[in-house]
Design a protein around this ligand. Sequence first.
Ligand code: ATP
Ligand code: MG
Length: 391
Amino acid sequence: MKEIFLCKCGEIVLKGANHSFFENALIKELKFRLRSYGSFKVSHSQSTVYVEPTSEVDLDAVFDALTRVFGIVTIERAAVAEKDIDKIKETIREYIPRFLADKKTFKVEAKRADKRFPLKSPEIAAESGGAVLSACPFLRVNVKAPEVVVRVEVRETAAYISAGSFKGAGGMPVGTNGKGLLLLSGGIDSPVAGYMMAKRGVKIDAVHFESFPYTSERAKEKVLELAKLVTRYSGSMLVHVVSLTKIQEELVKNCDEEYFTLLLRRYMMAIAEKIAEKNDCLALITGESVGQVASQTMQAIAVTNATVNMPVFRPCIGMDKEEIVQIARKIDTFETSIQPYEDCCTVFTPRHPKTKPELPKVIEQEKKLDFDALVAEAVETKTEVYIPADV
Ligand code: ATP
Ligand code: MG
């Protein structure tokens, strides 16, 4: 039996005159994502995108891929039937029971998009309901609050039959809201932050700071693995890898220990802003959450933020660790994030970091080094790793 997927677009249909821009972006993204699974016809009509396999495909794998595409609110798997009421009923009896085994009540909703079809919607619904009951006699019809809605949609070329819908990734198609630069560490929070902004339609590039040889090659590989996992949602990603070794060594030699982390974070933000500007990124994205560590008190965030002009998005800012972990598990980054490798923030950590820093005092420390020159050198010597989308 032939199956297709009906993907309902949520928020993007609310965008008035712009909705075709969003729909086209979604269709383009879908075509790109599905390439490696076989060939498909992707079309849309009235806030639904139809994904129709035109070659042999692994339907479960395709379904799984679709659940990671932003811009889709619900996904229905539907069987395709010939436009003949007996064929429709036959398909219902054959296809629908697998979705209803654990259900008690249902109703049928019929839609007749092809007005030439001889039966009207209520007649299609009645006939279809009879077919459901004959295949699943344990069910009862409940029009007001059914556990599952069996949909029969008669369209131009065929009839589509589905039972229930699955949750899609939500959000907006990636790339419809510009590009941002994610500060990606090996931790739990920053991959989640990247995922959350990608969900809002923001295309993601990343910058990772390393401190070789204080941080290892393996630590960097772990970060690239995390980037790869995020691309399953966000699409391809360019990762800029910046060495902070010289800056950290200079900080240790010249500045007060209690300011190391704050100063380092100001360098990170300044370097990230330079890279963002050169790569058409309109905002920086971090995984910070208020109060989580010494460098994330309100005062410390104010100090690190003060070095940049670009907006800094911190989608995890009001979340508890547990909530962030929940998303990390959902997007499959958690197990990689908790692998114990060093991060540049964890080498040369002050024993007593300033938790309530004052900006003038931080700047006084910062002036002991040539900030702009060190930033420029770090940007010039960075390397780039392109991560193709892991669909
Ligand atoms: P995470 O779990 O995301 O590493 P964290 O709780 O360890 O966060 P910090 O180490 O203070 O917190 O880092 C705060 C944010 O700064 C991170 O979420 C990330 O966006 C950025 N960051 C920290 N270290 C790096 C790094 N080595 N490279 C790039 N960005 C970093
Ligand atoms: Mg970290």
